[in-house]
Design a protein around this ligand. Sequence first.
Ligand SMILES: [Fe+2]
Ligand SMILES: [Fe+2]
Length: 500
Amino acid sequence: MSYLKTDHPGEKLIKWLYYVTSSVRIHQDNNQLVRDGVAQLKACIGELSPGGDAAIQIWRGRFHIQGEKLVYRRDTFAVINEMLEYFSRRGLGGLCFLPQAASAPHESVVAFIRLLNECAKREDASGWLDLQLEKHGLSWVEIYRKPDESREGTGAGTGQGQEMSPEEKAQKAYFHAIDTLKASSGQSAGAMGGIRKARRLAQTIVDMARSDSALLLGMATRQDADNRTYVHSVNVAFIASCLGRRAGLSRVSLEHLAVCALYHDLGRLGNIEETFLAEGAAGKGEQDRMERHSLIGVKEILKLNAPQPLRSRIVFGAFEHHLNCDLSGSPRTHYVRELSLVGKILRIADVYETLTSGQGNPPLAFTPDEALRLMWTERGKSFDPLLMKYFVSVMGIYPIGTIVELSTGETGIVMDYLSEADRDLPCVMLLKDDGQGGFTRGEKLDLSSREGTGCAPERTITRTVHFSELGIQPSDFFQQGLQAVSPASEIREAQADQSS
Ligand SMILES: [Fe+2]
Ligand SMILES: [Fe+2]
C-alpha cells in the first residue's frame, strides 16, 4: 500500500476512502484488510478535525477538504480522479463526517461504505442513499447532493434543465423555505421530511451567500404581515448566513447555522404556542411570551425526528437567540456561561430583522442604517463586538435594501457595494415614478464612482427613508424582471467593458 503514503490529512482521507470502497467489493466485512482500511479511514477523519466535522466537497470539479481546495500531486492524481468520478456517478457533491464518525463501530462504517457503493445502481442515487442513511441510523455521516440535484430538492430548479438566473434561484429558495417551515410547524415529531428539506435548503442558501450575498440580503428585506414569523425566520436565515460567511465559518458550519436560523422561532410557528397554552402553561404577558417561545422551541426541536447531532446543534438557536452577549435577556438562565457562536450570530440577525421589519405593535420603523447604528451602540452588551464589526462590514453603512434620497433629489435602493474601501458609497438602483403612484426599476449607479467629477462623488446620500413611507417592498426590486445577472454584476460588467 505504498501509494497511500502521504502527509496531507485530506489527501489521506480520499485515498483511504478509495481503498475501503474498493476492498469491501471483494472481501467480507470482517476481513483484516477491510478492518485495517476502516481503522485508517476513521483515524484520518479524527486527524482532520478533532472533535469537529470533516467535510469533503466537490466544487467546480475539484475536491475541497474543510473548505480548502485539495492540491493534486502527480502520484495521487489517478486515485483522486477516480474518486471524483465515483462521487459524480452517485450524484454526490460531497460527504460530511460528524464528530461521532471517528468512533463509529466498524460494522456501521462498512454498512455505510456498502450503501455508498450500492447507490450507483439506483435511479436517484443520492436520494436513495439519503433515505438509507436515515433508515439504518447512520447519523454520523451526511451527504451533499451535486448542486444541480440539490436545486431540484429545494424546489429551486426549473425542472426543464434551464440555467436559472441568481434572482430566480433566490426567489424560489425563499418561497420554498416558507413552505418547508409551514410543513414542519405543528408536526415536529414526524417532521423528518421537513428537516431533510431544510438541510437541502440550507445548502442552497449557503451557495447563494457565497456567490451573491447582496442578492440574499436584498431578498431578506421582504415583509408579509400575514406570514410574519415564517418570513422573519427565512430572513434571519439569509442574514445569518451572510454574517457567518464573513465571520469565516466553514461550509458545514454555515449549513448548520442556516438550518438553526430557519428553526430558531419554531416555538412560535403555526399553532405550537396555542397548543402549549391550552395544555395549561401560565403567563401571557410579553416577557412570558418571549421566555416561553424559546423554551417551547427547545422542546419542539428535541422532539424532531432528526439525527441527534443535528438536533443538538439547532437547539442552541432556539434557546439562545433572545439572550444578550452579557447573558441578560430571555430565558433567564444560570446554565449558560457564554453564548455559542451560532447563538451570537442569530442574536444579531434576529434583532436587525425585527427592528427593520415595520411590524410589531407599535410598528418598529427603523431604517436599516438606523437599526445598525442603534445596534452598534449595544456592542459588548447585547451583541458580540467582533461579530458586530463583521456585520457592519457585510451590510455597509447603508445596508442592502435601504431606500436613500440623493443630493440630486432622486430616490433609490441600495443594491450592493462595489468597493471594499467605500462602505458608505453603495451601488444604487434609482426608483422611477410609474405615473400610477408606484415605482419601477430605474438606472443603476455606483456612488463610489468619481469619473468626470475630479475626486468628489457625483451624487451623495442626503437621508434614508423607511420602505413603509413609499409603500414598496425593497425585495421586489431584487426580483423584478428576473434578469440574468444581478444589478451589481451588470455595473461590474459595464465597468469592465469600458476599461477594456
Ligand atoms: Fe424569537
Ligand atoms: Fe426570531
